[in-house]
Design a protein around this ligand. Structure first.
Ligand code: ADP
Length: 401
């Protein structure tokens, strides 16, 4: 009886321990399953964060503004390509201080100010490098945790260089315009004063001074016309009446217009533009452009020299027309500047000829408005040749732009 009870008890015990083992195994499996699921979740989350961070970095790298994010320890957490390019550091700059990365004390001082101020806005920074001065606008912002503790800073750099260059150009332009206006005005004024002060009693003096007034009033009119035309081109207000223009005929017309002044200087004009070349151009504007170039070739060329117009198919849907003279030419250092507004190789000579210093700038702008371009070739003592390329016309009707 006792033996039976013992047997039953041990059977029950075995059953219980078997079920316990099973239960524990099941629990372990369940726990392992949970752990696997948790690990998979964590991996998914980390991958998500990694791709989010990757996207943020990619986004930062595509920004034109330079960005530097600092941690609470003052070391760089994140910086983008634009910032690296502005300061010439090699990314990644993570872990460096802002001074180590930018090597610019002014930037480090801005970060220092953030300990006392919440932000430093619109600070202008000048960087002097090999390619010339660069101007950056810096906005620096202190980051705070929800509890108000230091959580680093963010620095944003905008490149103002182009803006500053345009401002400098505008100031130079205004100064040039004022100067150009003042010179003929003061000559007109002193001629008028001479006449008022009694000069008019002598008929010869009266004629001479009235001629001075007339000459400089014409110069002023010319200057104002050129300025207004440039302003209209700049603001895109010049309407081009595009037509197929036969270049040999256009050259002939422009040469006819210049015949008188050419004769006065004993200059021979030649038209070597082959027949049949057609440009898509505004005939009036093209005539003006050619007149400017022929006028220059006569003015700055040789007395008794030769001015020749040539043309060719330039390929790629473009045609070319050029104006060549056999005068003293343009010095190499001036070649790249002659198309600038008010640039003259010889100021006195240009003024003496009634030049405004705007002729070639107008030529360039008008030709570019047609979708073409200009260039000049010259070697000292061997004359100059100005080339215009214009879109070719296949002779069909063109839409004005
Ligand atoms: P400007 O009113 O002074 O003639 P342009 O813009 O037409 O102004 O020309 C700018 C300068 O380029 C001139 O002052 C002159 O010094 C130089 N230049 C232009 N054409 C020639 C040329 N064919 N030969 C030599 N120099 C030239």
């Amino acid at each position: 009886m006792i033996a039976l009870a013992a047997l039953l008890l041990s059977g029950a015990l075995i059953a219980v321990s078997v079920s316990l083992v099973r239960e524990r195994r099941a629990r372990r499996e369940l726990e392992a399953g949970h752990a696997r699921e948790l690990a998979a979740q964590r991996e998914r989350r980390e991958a998500e964060l990694r791709s989010q961070a990757g996207r943020t970095v990619a986004l930062f790298d595509r920004m034109v503004e330079g960005i530097i994010v600092l941690g609470p320890d003052g070391r760089i957490r994140l910086s983008n390509r634009a910032a690296a390019a502005f300061f010439g550091f090699k990314p990644p700059a993570e872990g460096q201080t802002v001074l180590e990365a930018t090597r610019h004390h002014e930037v480090a001082a801005l970060v220092g100010r953030l300990a006392r101020e919440p932000d430093v806005l619109d600070h202008e920074l000048r960087l002097d490098g090999l390619g010339g001065a660069r101007f950056l606008q810096v906005n620096a912002l202190a980051l705070r945790s929800p509890e108000g503790a230091n959580d680093g800073a963010i620095l944003v750099f905008h490149d103002l260089t182009r803006l500053r260059q345009l401002e400098a150009l505008r100031q130079e332009f205004v100064a040039n315009v004022s100067h150009e206006l003042r010179t003929p005005l003061s000559l007109i004024k002193s001629a008028a004063e001479t006449l008022i002060d009694g000069g008019r009693e002598d008929p010869a003096i009266t004629v001479r001074f009235l001629e001075i007034i007339d000459k400089h009033a014409n110069r002023l009119t010319h200057l104002i016309d050129d300025l207004l035309l440039l302003a209209r081109i700049d603001s895109g207000r010049v309407e081009l009446n595009l037509r197929p223009v036969e270049l040999r005929t256009a050259a002939e017309d422009a040469l006819d217009d210049a015949a008188l002044i050419a004769r006065a200087r004993d200059v021979t004009l030649g038209n070597e533009v082959p027949a049949g070349l057609r440009a898509a151009a505004d005939p009036e504007r093209l005539r003006q452009v050619l007149a400017n170039l022929i006028d220059n070739a006569i003015k700055y060329g040789r007395t008794g020299g030769v001015v020749t117009l040539r043309g060719r198919d330039a390929g790629g849907g473009m045609v070319e027309i050029s104006v060549r003279d056999d005068g003293p030419g343009i010095p190499p250092d001036a070649l790249s500047r002659v198309f600038e507004r008010f640039y003259r190789v010889d100021k006195a000579r240009s003024r003496e000829q009634g030049g405004t210093g705007l002729g070639l700038a107008i030529v360039k702008n008008v030709v570019q408005a047609h979708g073409g371009d200009v260039r000049v070739e010259s070697s000292a003592g061997r004359g100059a040749e100005f080339f215009l390329t214009l879109p070719a016309s296949n002779g069909t009707k063109l839409t004005p732009v």
